[in-house]
Design a protein around this ligand. Structure first.
Ligand code: TXA
Ligand code: MG
Length: 342
């Protein structure tokens, strides 16, 4: 299959491009598109066969539910029940935006393979002009996971999608780099209080400012049963083994020396100002303690590590404030829980 990559530019008339994307979607195909978090791989959420193509292209386990993307807040009641007052408040405050809300599903509307094995459905309204224009032109719901091969870091540029899915999907709308860089927060509204199943672009602080205390999922994966089915799989992993390491310069320098003595080449992902000239590769992800910048650059850095000959990757940890919770959640998963301790 030929994969067409089409730039969509705000200043140009893009009607034809959206029409092409909509034609593919309504005839049962898949299309990759940018959101404010990461690129998604979309199929019409009511078309079971089209949704099946998402799982095939990604190589995704078929028991992991997909998020349904909508273009209008009001559409949520077409697919979900039990929309609480708290949920209404969150939608008013943060939709469109990086917040996926999990509700009880209305049976028989969304294709069953979008929500395999669960009675719930995760819904969000993305905050990106291209995603919103596509949803408006389609006038239907889009089931869309991140547009990477399963297990790889999520794509924050159209080129990442092309790298992973070239030959496997027909069409990519290229809207440039995504902004936030980590995925949406998944908040389960069926528990009381609501539970954060996946930390993401909408922080716990932001949620609690609107509805009061919520339950946060375990900070270390593996500690609790995977309520979000995706939690049990390997994620975001570059090819070389990755270890999370403390931000202390001496610790990092000694780690590099030790690894070099063992004949290993080292790539480091860390803040702009880190002074580790000895590392074989260094990928800077923004000013120290700037968790927004780190979120925005993390997946690109993980992919860049795959272009090196590093035997080991050290990723410098950050604090858990704001989107830092999401960054550390992804890093710990990419590391499969490993920490570098010399
Ligand atoms: O930012 C995002 O959320 C991106 C963009 C494309 O919208 N999408 C995304 O989708 O990250 P995906 O499929 O890569 O991750 C969806 C996560 C998975 O961990 C899945 O298990 C969880 O959301 N999820 C989806 N529906 C759920 C449900 N009904 N109950 C519990 N977890 C659900
Ligand atoms: Mg994903």
């Amino acid at each position: 299959m030929e994969t067409i990559l089409i730039p969509v530019d705000k200043t140009l008339d893009n009607k034809k491009k959206y029409k092409q994307a909509v034609d593919i979607l309504t005839s049962g195909g898949v299309v990759a598109f940018p959101t404010e978090t990461v690129y998604g791989l979309g199929a019409l959420a009511t078309d079971e066969q089209a949704v099946q193509k998402i799982f095939e292209a990604k190589g995704r386990p078929s028991d992991n539910p997909l998020i349904v993307h909508i273009g209008n807040k009001e559409d949520v009641s077409n697919y979900a029940t039990g929309i609480t007052e708290d949920a209404e408040k969150l939608m008013t405050a943060y939709w469109p935006g990086p917040l996926t809300l999990v509700f009880d599903k209305i049976p028989g509307v969304i294709a069953s393979n979008v929500t395999p094995g669960v009675e719930t459905v995760g819904i969000r309204m993305p905050d990106h002009p291209v995603a919103l224009e596509l949803l408006r032109a389609l006038a239907g719901p889009l089931a869309a996971p991140s547009a990477n091969r399963s297990g790889k870091p999520s794509p924050t540029e159209a080129a990442h999608v092309y790298e992973d899915l070239k030959g496997l999907i027909p069409f990519i709308l290229d809207g440039g780099q995504t902004g936030i860089g980590v995925e949406s927060t998944v908040l389960d509204m069926t528990t009381s209080p609501p539970t954060i199943l996946r930390p993401g672009g909408t922080t716990q602080e932001m949620i609690e400012a609107i509805i009061g205390p919520v339950r946060a999922g375990s900070k270390s994966p593996g500690e609790q049963a995977p309520r979000s089915p995706g939690m049990k799989y390997m994620h975001y992993a570059p090819e070389a083994p990755l270890f999370v390491i403390s931000p202390d310069t001496t610790t990092i320098r000694e780690a590099v020396e030790t690894l070099h003595r063992e004949g290993k080449r080292v790539a480091i992902i860390g803040p702009d100002d880190l002074d580790v000239l000895a590392a074989d590769w260094y990928f800077a992800v923004g000013p120290r303690n700037n968790n927004d910048a780190m979120a925005s650059h993390l997946y690109r850095a993980l992919r860049q590590c795959d272009l090196t000959e590093a035997d080991i990757i050290l990723a410098v940890e950050t604090d858990l404030t704001g989107v830092g919770a999401a960054v550390m959640n992804r890093l710990i998963k990419a590391a499969d829980g490993k920490r570098y301790i010399d």
